[in-house]
Design a binder for this molecule. Structure first.
Ligand code: SF4
Length: 330
């Protein structure tokens, strides 16, 4: 199943704010004093029931992707996964830093109940370990992914393994070699993000892609994709996405008027607000408790449109929502 299609509703759900790593660019890193909210299981089960009814009523697939913090630290990860997937027929995926993939219990749940796992790996050992704040992390994650791949191959599991990499000034030069490396681990897909942030942030300013690097990606990605596929790796992302990268690197805004908000994609934040993307929870966020039926869920696109008309979010004037820009195009 692709990550975004017209017959599928994708929900990216931040359920678990705590984290065990110190990634330089992340606002959830362990050393930051901030909220560390964990979504109560009963709220997830209640909303999962609505998603399951939505699936039956519309015949659309529903894919829920857990986001953190680090969701594989979540003590309720296993029971919640089983309840949503086995009892409610919801497809699942998870975005993880990979530190818990050495747990056999977690691997079993992934193999049985998950469609996709996305592991964050930004480059080779020195680079990854330095920016993620843990010595030896690259090797550990590599070994875990390799064994997970073997287990998948030797079972009837439909689990796909994807890596997401954050492109920065100092890892873009190794990108092609990196693609070859992860293809040899059995990784099926690679997605990319360029480093995000704002101009007041020193880390962002010193590490963001330079315009010529973003242009290089734009020009070379089709070739890199073709070469990667020979090694069994699909590198995702279309022209629209690399053009978004160039614009960001040059501080050029891309306003988006109609992102078909709420039709195929929803974001739920740690405060249980449902919005069209992770950037607009404040302006367009609808409390999850207000959605109590499939009809309420189906009304969300109209509600978002109305809210957009009333209080247009600054973020829409320079939209950075990757799904709007075909991050997942094959
Ligand atoms: S930021 Fe982009 S995806 Fe989010 S609501 Fe605005 S236009 Fe849509």
């Amino acid at each position: 199943m692709s990550f975004l299609s017209n017959q599928q509703l994708v929900i990216v759900w931040r359920v678990y704010e705590p984290c065990n790593l110190g990634c330089h660019f992340c606002e959830y890193r362990r050393d930051i004093v901030r909220s560390r909210i964990i979504t109560p299981v009963e709220d997830i089960i209640r909303f999962g029931g609505i998603l399951s009814d939505y699936k039956k009523k519309t015949n659309n697939q529903v894919l829920v992707n857990w986001l953190g913090g680090e969701p594989l630290l979540w003590k309720d990860f296993m029971p919640v996964s089983k309840a949503l997937n086995m009892n409610m027929g919801i497809s699942l995926s998870v975005t993880t830093n990979g530190t818990r993939l050495d747990s056999q219990e977690i691997r079993n749940v992934l193999l049985e109940n998950y469609e996709m796992i996305t592991v964050s790996v930004d480059g080779f050992g020195d680079f990854h370990d330095y920016h993620r704040g843990q010595q030896g992390l690259f090797e550990k994650v590599k070994e875990s992914i390799k064994s997970l791949h073997l287990m998948t191959k030797n079972s009837s599991s439909k689990l796909g393994i994807r890596i997401n990499t954050v492109l920065m000034r100092d890892n873009v030069g190794n990108f092609e070699t990196f693609c070859r490396e992860i293809a040899s681990w059995g990784v099926a897909e690679l997605t990319i993000n360029q480093l995000g942030g704002n101009e007041c942030d020193d880390f962002f300013e010193n590490n963001r892609l330079l315009p010529e690097q973003a242009e290089w990606i734009d020009k070379e990605l089709p070739r890199i994709k073709e070469n990667a596929i020979q090694n069994g790796l699909k590198v995702l992302g279309g022209k629209k996405y690399t053009e978004r990268m160039i614009a960001t690197s040059r501080n050029v805004s891309i306003p988006v008027d109609d992102c078909v908000a709420g039709r195929y994609f929803l974001f739920i934040d740690e405060n249980k607000k449902i919005s069209p993307c992770s950037f607009t929870s404040k302006e367009y966020g609808i409390p999850m408790d207000k959605v109590s039926s499939v009809d309420d869920l189906l009304k969300l696109p109209l509600l978002f449109k109305k809210l957009k008309g009333e209080q247009y979010a600054q973020s829409c004037m320079d939209c950075h929502s990757t799904q709007v820009f075909d991050k997942f195009e094959r």
